[in-house]
Design a binder for this molecule. Structure first.
Ligand SMILES: [Zn+2]
Length: 255
């Protein structure tokens, strides 16, 4: 079982993270009057493919699942991970399969060429597992980005997601979209619900990310009941729920 990796901390890592946020931006025009919500799952555990997808489907929604093919069929600290069957079932029911990296690399700790090679390996592996559609969306593992990786990946993907916890409003950066976690126990779930509630006062694009969805979740996961409560808050907000791919397409059409 993999021990959870923690990205670098400290002053230099903080400055690099800040620099990556402000460099190599690609503005995305968001609708000012309408709220959009996207629910995403990272890595992704089998529990996200089962209990997570079910929670969305109950509302007629589809989500975005960022796959790291190196985890497929394996067991990590999140529990059992997705396999071929999960991938094909999710794709067939309209969910978006999106790209992470094959080995869940931290972009700030490897060269850009190695990072891109791991992404290309992920794409090949997902195709070999039966994925037919092109991958449109990418999420940086740990939310760690570099300006060079942002630039290179913006040529390949329509949108790149990080984990800076906020709602995308005004001058959003499609090369490092902000996202709010559905994790962290009851305090974290309260913050996730508050983010949805704020949309009716102040529209924007609220992207959620989650990991395992199980009765005894990790600190990066949630229970099915907690996810249901976040979904109820999304219903109350009146926001439209779209996958990453569809949200960006719709914004491009209306820009
Ligand atoms: Zn991840």
């Amino acid at each position: 079982m993999n021990a959870p990796y923690t990205p670098a901390s400290g002053l230099l890592a903080g400055l690099n993270r800040r620099w990556a946020r402000f460099a190599a931006r690609q503005p995305l025009r968001l609708p000012s009057e309408r709220a959009i919500v996207t629910i995403t799952f990272d890595d992704f555990p089998k529990s996200a493919a089962c209990a997570g997808a079910r929670a969305l489907e109950r509302h007629g929604w589809t989500g975005t699942f960022y796959a790291s093919a190196g985890y497929a069929g394996d067991v990590t600290h999140h529990g059992a991970m997705f396999d071929c069957g999960d991938l094909q079932r999710l794709a067939a029911t309209g969910h978006e399969i999106a790209c992470h990296t094959y080995s869940h690399l931290d972009a700030s700790q490897v060269g850009t060429a190695a990072f891109l090679a791991d992404i290309a390996r992920n794409e090949r592996a997902l195709k070999a597992m039966g994925l037919e559609r092109e991958l449109d969306s990418f999420a940086f593992p740990y939310g760690e980005a570099t300006p060079a990786a942002k630039r290179a990946l913006s040529e390949r993907f329509s949108n790149l997601r990080g984990v800076h916890a906020d709602i995308n409003r005004g001058g959003a950066d499609r090369n490092l979209l902000k996202s709010v976690p559905i994790d962290g126990g009851e305090a974290g779930i309260a913050r996730a619900i508050e983010a949805a509630t704020s949309l009716s006062r102040h529209p924007g694009w609220l992207i959620y990310y989650a990991h395992d969805v199980q009765d005894d979740p990790t600190q990066w996961g949630c229970t099915p009941e907690q996810l249901d409560r976040v979904c109820d808050a999304i219903v109350d907000s009146g926001a439209e729920v779209l996958t990453m791919r569809d949200a960006v397409r719709q914004m491009e059409r209306t820009a």
